[in-house]
Design a protein around this ligand. Structure first.
Ligand code: NAD
Ligand code: UFG
Length: 336
């Protein structure tokens, strides 16, 4: 299948591209490099031994996007990764988030209508559930995001479902829980300028780039008092996209799936596991709770298993070992 990948140079897209290329799909990537570099694309090609086609373009510029659809006139499906994703920054700069995530998506949806593309996989997030009433969270839980980033994801989902109904699109929405880890080769991985999430931060502390991890509260209602999350290996997550595309080929309609493991780990368990992976204790201190955090978020991934035939395979050890391999082989990320 010829697939257009927006945000195609980013962290999750790079891993997904490797899986898609291994299934012989033809990939057309679009990215403006606001949070990535062309180096990731080069490395995906090296790992896969296959070439991809690449356009540097910003989704907010519809003319640039139309040129891609014009040039690639037989696109069968779109996987839409491109978005800004930092929760804290979205609170400080909500308009930037709405402009980038919503306007960019609207342009993409308009091009799909104009060029008759009808199959779509969307990168959504557990963030749309906010502070869920029931754990594990099912896809039927209410959507009530609590920050501008989460609102953009919830809105993009809604616009997409409305457009799907009007234009007869087939859509799979994947709500990712907490993606971590890196490709087994250590050649591609997460390369944040400043790490907002736990594991990249722990990784940089383990590498001596930062002093210590601050654990955001040890008085949560969890077994050891620290926050519990459903961490999922990025390679498992990447494979969920392959399954989602297969679903679109075989079944027509709109589908929403939680993509997690159903198993949770606390912050202290993650630090301990990482300490084992890197061979020395990762220093940390207990700090205050972070605004907007919740005690526990876990997926109920059973719908994805039943309907997509997808299930996470990789354990915590593989998540932290691969993250450490990527960190140690690329101390400066893709700039190495
Ligand atoms: P990432 O920042 O590594 O990848 C996003 C890519 O999109 C980047 O390469 C960036 O340059 C590009 N991009 C952003 N705005 C663009 C625009 N206007 N035009 C063209 N390109 C643009 O992030 P990621 O972690 O790979 O996330 C991919 C998707 O998954 C995002 O939609 C994100 O919201 C979602 N998601 C991520 C996580 C996570 O923890 N990483 C969790 C849930 C959902
Ligand atoms: N944490 C720390 N110290 C840190 C960073 C995080 O103790 O330096 C804790 C948090 O309090 C939380 C856990 O580690 O208990 C995980 O935090 P992350 O920031 O890695 O992930 P979140 O679950 O808070 O949220 C992230 C994104 C959301 C998204 C969610 C699921 O920020 O937008 O993953 O995809 F919805």
């Amino acid at each position: 299948m010829k697939i257009l990948i927006t945000g195609g140079a980013g962290y999750i897209a790079s891993h997904t591209n490797v899986e898609l290329l291994s299934k012989n799909h033809e990939l057309i990537l679009v990215d403006n490099f606001c949070n990535s570099t062309p180096e990731s694309i080069k490395r995906v090609e090296e790992i896969s031994g296959k070439k991809v086609k690449f356009y540097e373009a910003d989704l907010r510029e519809i003319d640039a996007l139309e040129k891609v659809f014009e040039a690639e006139n037989d696109i069968s499906a779109v996987i839409h990764f491109a978005a800004l994703k930092a929760v804290g920054e979205s609170v400080e700069k909500p308009l930037l988030y709405y402009e980038n995530n919503i306007s960019g998506s609207l342009n993409l949806y308009k091009c799909m209508v104009k060029y008759g593309v009808k199959n779509f996989v969307f990168s959504s997030s557990a963030t749309v559930y906010g502070d869920p009433d029931q754990i594990p969270v099912k896809e039927t839980a209410p959507v009530r995001a609590t920050n501008p980033y989460g609102h953009t994801k919830a809105m993009m989902e809604q616009i997409l479902l409305d457009a799907a109904k009007a234009h007869g699109w087939n859509v799979v929405i994947l709500r990712y829980f907490n993606p971590v880890g890196a490709h087994e080769s250590g050649r591609i991985g997460e390369d944040p300028e400043y790490p907002n999430n736990l594991l990249p931060f722990v990784s940089q502390v383990a590498a001596g780039i930062r002093d210590k991890v601050t654990v955001f509260g040890d008085d949560w209602e969890t077994p050891d008092g620290t926050g519990v999350r459903d961490y999922i290996h990025v390679t498992d997550l990447a494979k969920a996209h392959v399954s989602a595309l297969e679903k679109l080929v075989n079944d027509k309609g709109t589908f929403i799936y939680n993509i997690g493991t159903g198993r949770g780990y606390s912050v202290l368990e993650m630090i301990e596991a990482f300490s084992k992976a890197c061979g020395h204790p990762v220093p940390y201190r207990i700090g205050p709770r972070r605004a907007g955090d919740v005690a526990t978020v876990l997926a109920d991934p059973s719908k994805a298993e039943k309907e997509l035939g997808w299930k996470a395979q990789l354990e915590l050890e593989e998540m932290v070992n691969s993250a450490w391999k990527w960190q140690s082989l690329n101390p400066k990320g893709y700039k190495t």
